[in-house]
Design a protein around this ligand. Sequence first.
Ligand SMILES: Nc1nc2c(c(=O)[nH]1)N[C@H]1C(S)=C(S)[C@@H](COP(=O)(O)OP(=O)(O)OC[C@H]3O[C@@H](n4cnc5c(=O)[nH]c(N)nc54)[C@H](O)[C@@H]3O)O[C@H]1N2
Ligand SMILES: Nc1nc2c(c(=O)[nH]1)N[C@H]1C(S)=C(S)[C@@H](COP(=O)(O)OP(=O)(O)OC[C@H]3O[C@@H](n4cnc5c(=O)[nH]c(N)nc54)[C@H](O)[C@@H]3O)O[C@H]1N2
Ligand SMILES: [Mo]
Length: 736
Amino acid sequence: MWAGGRALIRERALGAGSLALLRVNRADGFDCPGCAWPEGKDQALDFCENGLKAVAAETTSKRIDTDFFAQHTVAALSAQSDYWLEQQGRLVRPMAYDQVSDRYLPISWERAFERIGSVLRALPHPDQAAFYTSGRTSNEAAFLYQLFARAYGTNNLPDCSNMCHESSGVALNESIGTGKGTVTLEDFQATDCILMFGQNPGTNHPRMLTTLQAARRRGAEIIAINPLREAGLKSFIHPKDAASMVTGRASPIASLYLTPLIGGDMALVKGMCKHLLEAEARQPGSALDHPFISGHTTGFPDFARDIADTSWDAIESGSGIPRNALIEAAERYRNAPSAIACWAMGLTQHKAAVATIQYVVNLLLLRGNIGRPGAGACPVRGHSNVQGDRTMGITEHPGPDFLRRLGKRFAFLPPSAPGADVVETLKAMHAGTIKAFIGLGGNFAAATPDSAFAETALRKCSLTVHISTKLNRSHLVTGREALILPCLGRSEADLRNGARQRITVEDSMSMVHASIGRNAPAGPELLSEPAIVAGMAKAALLESAIPWDRLANDYDLIRDSIAEVVPGFSEFNAKIARPGGFYLGNPAGRREWHNLEGKARFITAPLESVPLRPGELRLMTIRSHDQYNTTIYGLDDRYRGVKNDRKVVFLNAADMRERGLVSGASVDLIGEDALGAVRKAQAFTATPYDIPAGCAAAYFPETNVLVPVDSVADRSNTPTSKFIPVRVVAAGSQGN
Ligand SMILES: Nc1nc2c(c(=O)[nH]1)N[C@H]1C(S)=C(S)[C@@H](COP(=O)(O)OP(=O)(O)OC[C@H]3O[C@@H](n4cnc5c(=O)[nH]c(N)nc54)[C@H](O)[C@@H]3O)O[C@H]1N2
Ligand SMILES: Nc1nc2c(c(=O)[nH]1)N[C@H]1C(S)=C(S)[C@@H](COP(=O)(O)OP(=O)(O)OC[C@H]3O[C@@H](n4cnc5c(=O)[nH]c(N)nc54)[C@H](O)[C@@H]3O)O[C@H]1N2
Ligand SMILES: [Mo]
């Protein structure tokens, strides 16, 4: 049976779930909480197996109530796996941690808000609190939450984006003056070539495969660039394509597949650029779009010099790809009238992530592949509303215009000093300068780098608050006071004062649309995210003139405020009444460059390699097919042939031989950081795999213990989760 169907049955969610499914991604239904890939107007597969798992997880009929917490101490729960925690069901009652019994006890909403209010009011400075957001939060909840944080007095608004596409935002803003992608689904229907860097859509954006399959069938080139030959990138059987379901024959996706070294992408792109520049020199006018370069860009001469100065030897050794294969890729790109470049975590979570993404943009600029049909940049976002949360002001670096409009709308002076991002928040909590942590969704303790450091940081807080649907690791890493506040999920009816509320989200391609839950809530005590935010705000800001209750009781009013504060949202309520919502658009997509230079910029950087000690491999931490970030749905990874094990490490056969390891051997992963501190992840199963020599892969969050908190991408401060130097040694041998 289909794994998604199994998930529904296991969760005993079929009754509610099948009703829920009928309405997912429909104009009058709710937005799939799976990923941020847009819903096409006539997309045959408007829902996927992994979306089904996400809905099943939310619509489960299992509940965690007072008796569950009475039975289990926090110490006992901490010994359980993330998989087990996820299986226990929906949280239905506000709970407060009791140090004496080491248990969570029920607490009333009123009392919970009062505790939060009193701790926040007692802090000597508002910058001693941090307000984290995970990207499933709606636009309305996000807008209210950032308003709360800023009315309280801080820009400490770290979010999951800091660990995700932050590098894309920084890179694109510098290069093209906008932090978002420039394409729509229509561009995918018109393009001749799609470059796919560091992305595993078969698992993480399954609906994207429909788009890719259609493009390939039209004859578009699809060039996959990934150290692993991901099954979903090689071929795909469309569940709604009768012919391929019957024959069992998958249709191909990638027309060319390059498997660089982990972290080898900048060298690879430089190689493609080098070939284009050399071809142009041999035959002027044959490879570059000169009118675009001269009319729309700056920095080309420096860029051309940088590429000329980079030798083919450096390119080949840096990328691990031979020159002829790079020329082949560059030729296919050159012959395509229009091209799109997509990327995800394989590019963003590296030390040189920002510079690497800027080389991808340079490659696009060379042929004028931005701001015309079938062409553009496409960072493929993760969480279903992570892009919208940023649009709503969830950022530690708000722009002055945004703050001015926010302050004007609500008659207060928002703080202007930049706040702390995720890594800065971790360090500040560890140092004792941030003392209160509030998480609107997510799983801060498990998703962040350096798990031991992160847990110490959270434990040092005087207050930790988690607004959640399901039990997770973060609830077990308690501050002096700790609260779990259960909220409605997206599939559930949200009634405020008897009126059904809708929320809105923005997908990866800047489409904004409404989402309406219809299922009965998992419990009578659940509150919506906006209601919880308003409850906390009222308790913390006793004198506040902001009408928190009115806003939380009628989301139309929140949207009226968004319309005044956020550009592009005028007449917001009217626009979302239309099925499918509206396209926010962005300047770069229209060839308007809103950076300082007013031009798209060729930005250069030298090839640099992260130093490795003898015997160290480059470890990337990736997702299995049965997880949603830190939420573990199952222990298999179907496309990679893994069954019932999450602690596996994929290794090249030569690297295994060199270390005397046989398939199935138990190994420890040992990382030593620049300061000599040693981090260990123990008892992994060595698994031979088709991965370049010198590279290794294992799942997150089990490997987050290995990611040093100080190992971050230049300029975006994103943890380098895809490049961790580790030694792989027989378990218990210490590697000596
Ligand atoms: N089912 C499901 N869907 C999800 C998620 C989930 O956990 N489960 N998570 C959501 C979120 S928040 C996000 S951000 C996205 C993540 O979506 P992805 O970015 O696809 O997720 P990862 O598993 O991190 O995969 C990274 C891919 O990059 C490759 N890679 C790693 N290092 C390099 C490198 O140096 N160069 C290149 N070229 N490739 C590299 C890996 O082999 C892997 O294929 O998915 C979203 N959707
Ligand atoms: N080593 C390593 N670390 C990584 C990554 C990696 O590739 N490697 N990827 C990074 C990336 S890309 C990301 S985005 C982060 C993810 O970091 P987070 O977003 O913090 O983590 P999630 O696992 O997505 O959060 C899951 C929790 O969200 C809660 N939740 C689910 N639905 C809702 C809802 O509707 N409302 C509320 N309030 N709560 C809800 C549930 O309680 C669930 O346990 O992790 C990052 N960490
Ligand atoms: Mo993400």
